[in-house]
Write a protein that binds this ligand. Structure first.
Ligand SMILES: [Zn+2]
Length: 258
């Protein structure tokens, strides 16, 4: 299509620009996972950042001034998440990224349905809406980039966006490459989701946060965070789940030393 041709040409132009030195400093400072990638993966993350920063509408909310640091940090995290997918995913349905300074309170939230990470009463760390904006708390974006134990709200929200790529349904099944992988994905995730629901109902804590027991969409988003942020523990305690996530993301974070 003509539109695709122009878009691809524009993206190629963006990727070919030199990567600003200040941007590289931001990525290296704020996104620890970037350091663990191979050189060719790091190069793909950098070119991804150039397109993603340019194509999205970025808006600071709740008094937060939008900066290159925010844009580049978020874009680099999405780049790390998707770096080895067979098709480069720029998430064309996500037009806007709204960023609040900290966990935020949305008075209209009770009337809407979406995928929300809540803390306490109604404060939010992030949201992902189908064909709507992704909303993030900057404080938690930075915390996630530096301290793996906190999880990563960008990985979480963009896992929801991956999940929505097959037609907008958030069933915890992102578009996968092969049919047999699909069947195994479903079998392993069915079993692991049931186990998590049982454990959480009995107040037992596992390496997977009980927020993942909310529904299948949250299970995928939460296990994505666990896969990247607590890779060793997930591989040790849930090897089959780790295995299907490794195939889906084409990454092996436990082998990279985390
Ligand atoms: Zn969620």
């Amino acid at each position: 299509m003509v539109f695709d041709w122009f878009r691809n040409r524009r993206r190629r132009g963006l990727r070919e620009r030199p990567f600003p030195a200040e941007w590289l400093e931001i990525v290296e400072r704020n996104v620890l996972d970037y350091h663990d990638l191979a050189a060719d993966e790091q190069a793909r993350v950098r070119s991804y950042v150039q397109v993603f920063v340019a194509e999205k509408h970025w808006e600071g909310c709740g008094g937060l001034a939008m900066t290159d640091e925010i844009r580049v940090t978020v874009a680099a995290m999405v780049g790390v998440l998707t770096v080895n997918l067979t098709e480069t995913r720029y998430f064309d349905a996500v037009l806007s990224i709204l960023v609040y300074p900290t966990a935020y309170v949305d008075p209209a939230a009770q009337n809407r349905q979406g995928h929300v990470v809540t803390v306490g009463d109604s404060a939010r760390l992030g949201e992902a809406w189908y064909r709507g904006p992704v909303i993030l708390s900057w404080n938690d974006v930075v915390g996630g980039g530096l301290r793996h134990s906190r999880g990563n709200v960008v990985y979480h929200e963009f896992a929801h966006q991956l999940d929505m790529l097959n037609g907008g349904s958030t069933d915890g099944t992102p578009p996968l490459d092969r049919r047999e992988q699909d069947a195994r994905w479903i079998a392993v995730n069915d079993a692991e989701y049931a186990k998590l629901c049982t454990a959480c109902a009995h107040g037992r804590h596992t390496v997977i946060d009980c927020y993942g027991a909310t529904n299948r969409a949250e299970f995928f988003a939460v296990t994505t965070e666990t896969f990247f942020c607590k890779a060793h523990a997930l591989r040790e305690h849930h090897p089959e789940l780790y295995g299907v996530l490794r195939e889906a993301y084409r990454q092996d974070p436990a082998a990279r030393g985390r």
